[in-house]
Design a binder for this molecule. Structure first.
Ligand code: ZN
Length: 233
């Protein structure tokens, strides 16, 4: 049974990766040679294990780094256009797709509506002075993963973020710069389009964040020794 669900996972992930579009459950059943019911069961099992997030109709909303509707980010490759699930996921797409090593990531500032775009590839972080907001401490992302994804956005400046925090009443969260966003995105989804694939357990995720130079409670790590990039409030 577990093998069957992995087949369902791989089918949807690879279709989203190569086309940017969500295939139907009927397509999945056809390709995998199984009844549609099994595909629905597979999606439920994958959601329970946090490999996908489903919408109210039971279809895929998030198969990170890919989304099936706008979460504020468009990611354009040479052949394909994707919805990125959030800032981190959008920046991770060129790292997980062998055939699309360079993409344009486009978004708007939630505070003022200004448009921003970056050419993101594997060679190094793009230029950018914008402010990347992580809204929810890593240990709480799955309390409401859609909220966490929708609100992980990029602002023009700290002033734009402050303005938006004041208007929305949300926590400020934690901010990093574009360079750190690229570094966190670099290997985050390694192996996601291969099989078998195992999600990072919280302990492994913490180690990954530590390896990128992050620290502090927000990331489930000890507080920094000296002043770091934290803007947590
Ligand atoms: Zn702005």
């Amino acid at each position: 049974m577990v093998e069957l669900y992995e087949g369902v996972r791989l089918f949807f992930y690879r279709e989203l990766a190569s086309t940017g579009r969500l295939p139907s459950v009927a397509d999945a059943a056809d390709t995998l040679g199984i009844p549609e019911e099994w595909v629905w069961d597979g999606l439920d099992a994958l959601a329970a294990d946090r490999y996908v997030v489903l919408d109210s109709n039971g279809g895929i909303l998030l198969a990170s780094p890919f989304a099936t509707r706008s979460f504020g980010f468009a990611v354009m490759g040479e052949r394909t256009l994707w919805w990125g699930s959030c800032a981190l996921d959008s920046f991770s797409i060129p790292h997980v797709l062998d055939k699309e090593p360079s993409v344009v990531v486009a978004t708007t500032c939630p505070a003022c509506g200004a448009a921003h775009s970056w050419l993101v590839d594997r060679t190094g972080p793009p230029e950018g002075t914008q402010v990347v907001r992580f809204p929810v401490p890593m240990g709480h992302v799955w309390d409401d993963v859609v909220y966490a994804a929708e609100n992980q956005r990029i602002y023009c400046t700290d002033a734009c973020l402050d303005d938006w925090v004041e208007r929305s009443g949300q926590d400020r969260g934690y901010t990093v710069d574009i360079e750190m966003l690229w570094r966190i995105a670099q290997d985050w989804y390694d192996g996601r389009l291969d099989t078998p694939y195992q999600r990072r357990e919280p302990k492994e995720a913490r180690e990954y964040f530590r390896s990128k130079g992050l620290s502090g409670e927000f990331w489930g790590l000890p507080e920094p020794q000296s002043s770091g990039v934290s803007d947590q409030e």
